[in-house]
Design a protein around this ligand. Structure first.
Ligand SMILES: Nc1ncnc2c1ncn2[C@@H]1O[C@H](COP(=O)(O)OP(=O)(O)OP(=O)(O)O)[C@@H](O)[C@H]1O
Length: 645
């Protein structure tokens, strides 16, 4: 096996360029590598560096925009090197780490490296930082550009930076890193035939289902990867396929569906990399998290409806809204690239060639289209008190920065002059930055820990967490751990009202419903059977619980005692401390208006408050999603007079 893999490595398009790449990369502090998808950038360049001895002077970090890619690529590279994952090759993603003092090559999400930079701005542990999939321009990658450049400019002249991109538009990266040399890797591994719809499709979900069924009947061996926009769509397509299978078992029995989306816990995501059961064809229904870096073994065909759910800042609401948008041409190429990784493949675009030509070439940098509250908190935690001097590759708008500062001021995280210069992080802000959560959630945890003190004891270990739950104590921090995976814990919205989980519905809303599910699960004796009966994903719930000890540890690191509360009211008030900008009042007929911007919003059908009558007069929510209307997700009832205090 190891010998086969070595042969395979030598057959990759990047291999002939190995010597030249190493020479160029080692000769200069920064360079940009551009290569087609599948040429071998992500898996091979870090190994070449390791083999040339670079890892001995410090760890080689490779950043990825997404968890699933960081974990799956680390596994693959460990396999290619014949080592155990966590030894020479490891990974670090939010709430899941697998590396040791032996690790020389670490795949990590861009967010994780940024967190390390907060306590170690010169990244002293690393000899080389490889910023992969740079063309995606996630907020965290953009911030890392500034962080590594600043580190090189200070005491780390020896820090080597490699920016890797699959698009030819490398000039911007080169200019930013002081005219860094651009190295081109020729060739892709296998051809991918791209086919377009002859006419625009009215209903892309219907077209996706039809394409899957037709391909299943007509194509040879190989798996199918379908890009959809979110969990709801994935589950509805999965449902339709299941119905087809039960109605026409002889035709469709061989289809083995695997969902893949960000809120699925890591181990669940990793299932898609396993082969389909004997005699079956894997059909992977995925969001855009499978778009870059990942190789899903067996995939020969991609179905691409050309859409993505992305967040965008709404100046009207003053918050990010998730909505479905057309992808860019670069994304479409990345998607097609997933089909030609192990053999020639094909990609069915469910839109016309004309539509493709109208798509924007590259995605707009995320930093230009999201709220900057977390970004500003992270920058301040890294000691960048003058936001105007931060060397952004693409600077966000001044209004965006000011509005983020205002939000952080309201959350008690910053103090100082009104404006962008000379602001300081408060002690609370410093603690908030320690948690890898939205600033509002961190604030809620800290607030409940400090002032909501009806606790009977202080929790400091994992088994305490379970005792708290058994005693049905309400803990904001436990809730936050569930929240990180809330969208994958409960059954899909359209069936939720018919299911036994309905009995956990709290009249106070979704946050306490989640806690009620958690309490019932903890108290259940046969947990597996309980989850089956209640349509709860046990592994997802366990993954959420695994987050708890980490929150406990982070809290003790900032000198905070996590406490429990005996009533749900106190928990909601603590949550409101973090979410007070995300509140709305009922104005009649199920219509709500946000208190900050008077935007019209509705309770999402997945919420346990959706059917509640009369409508709660005042609510807080954790997210806005725009589909046919603007919906609030994860909604809880609050009392209007709490807002005044
Ligand atoms: N988990 C895996 N299983 C099987 N083959 C793999 C796996 N990961 C990578 N490969 C093989 O290695 C090749 C190179 O992958 P790599 O991720 O390094 O390419 P890349 O140039 O970084 O592409 P992209 O930008 O699309 O990620 C793939 O085309 C595939 O053939």
């Amino acid at each position: 096996m190891a010998a086969d893999l070595q042969k395979w490595r030598r057959s990759l398009p990047i291999f002939p360029a190995r010597g030249k790449l190493l020479k160029e990369i080692k000769a200069r502090p920064s360079c940009v590598v551009v290569g087609e998808t599948g040429s071998g950038k992500t898996t091979q360049i870090p190994q070449y560096l390791l083999e040339s001895g670079v890892g001995t002077s410090g760890v080689v970090a490779v950043t990825q925009p997404r968890r699933v890619a960081a974990v799956s690529v680390a596994k693959r590279v460990a396999e290619e090197r014949g080592c155990q994952l966590g030894s020479e090759v490891g990974y670090a993603v939010r709430f899941d780490e697998c590396y040791s003092s032996e690790t020389r090559l670490k795949y990590m999400t861009d967010g994780m490296l940024l967190r390390e930079a907060m306590s170690d701005p010169t990244l002293s542990r690393y000899s080389t930082v490889i910023l992969d999939e740079a063309h995606e321009r996630t907020v965290h990658t953009d911030l890392l550009f500034g962080v590594v450049k600043a580190a090189q400019g200070k005491r780390r002249g020896d820090l080597r930076v490699v920016v890797m991109s699959a698009t030819l538009a490398a000039e911007e990266f080169s200019l930013y890193f002081n005219q860094a040399k651009v190295l081109y890797v020729q060739g892709r591994q296998f051809p991918v035939e791209v086919l377009y719809a002859a006419e625009p499709q009215q209903d892309y979900l219907h077209s996706a289902v039809v394409s899957i069924l037709q391909l299943h009947c007509s194509m040879g061996p190989g798996d199918i990867l379908v890009f959809l926009t979110g969990r709801e769509e994935i589950e509805s397509v999965q449902g339709v396929l299941r119905e087809c299978q039960s109605m026409f078992p002889s035709n469709w029995q061989g289809i083995h569906v695997q969902p893949l989306y960000a809120a699925l816990p890591s181990h669940h995501q990793q299932q898609v990399f396993k082969p389909a059961p004997q005699g079956c064809r894997k059909v992977i229904l995925s969001t855009n998290i499978a778009e870059t870096s990942v190789t899903i073994p067996g995939v020969r065909c991609v179905v691409d409806p050309g859409l993505v759910k992305a967040r965008g800042y709404s100046p009207v609401v003053g918050l990010d809204i998730l909505s479905v948008q057309p992808i860019s041409q670069a994304q479409a190429r990345q998607r097609a690239g997933r089909a030609g990784r192990e053999a020639p493949g094909s990609c069915y675009r469910l839109y016309t060639e004309h539509t493709f030509s109208q798509l924007r070439e590259n995605s707009e940098p995320e930093i230009l289209r999201c709220t900057l509250t977390s970004v500003v908190l992270e920058l301040l935690a890294m000691g960048m008190s003058d936001l105007l001097t931060f060397d952004f590759m693409t600077a966000p708008s001044e209004e965006g920065l000011v509005s983020a500062l205002e939000q952080l001021c309201l959350l008690g995280a910053v103090e100082g002059r009104e404006g962008k210069e000379g602001v300081r992080l408060t002690a609370l802000g410093g603690k908030m930055a320690t948690f890898p959560l939205e600033p509002g959630l961190s604030r809620a945890i800290l607030q409940s820990s400090v002032s909501v003190c009806v606790s009977d004891y202080v929790c400091s270990c994992d088994c305490c967490c379970r005792r708290e739950a058994a005693a049905k104590k309400w803990c904001v921090w436990q809730l936050c751990s569930l929240w990180t995976l809330s969208s994958s814990l409960l059954p899909p919205s359209e069936t939720r009202w018919l299911l036994p989980t309905r009995r956990f519905h709290s009249p106070h809303g979704d946050h306490l419903t989640l806690l009620a599910v958690y309490h019932a699960y903890t108290a259940a004796s046969g947990k597996k059977a309980w989850c089956r009966e209640n349509f709860i994903h046990q592994r997802n719930l366990r993954a959420a619980l695994d987050v708890q000890p980490q929150l406990v540890e982070l809290s003790s690191r900032v000198g905070v005692a996590l406490v429990s509360n005996s009533d749900s009211r106190t928990v909601r008030r603590a949550l409101l401390d973090g979410l007070h900008c995300q509140t709305a009042e009922h104005v009649g007929g199920g219509r709500y208006r946000t208190l900050s911007s008077r935007q019209e919003v509705f309770i999402h059908p997945s919420s346990c408050l959706f059917h509640v009558r009369p409508h709660p007069p005042c609510v807080m929510y954790s997210q806005l999603v725009h589909t046919s209307k603007c919906y609030m997700r994860n909604v809880s009832v609050i009392e209007a007079d709490w807002l005044a205090s």
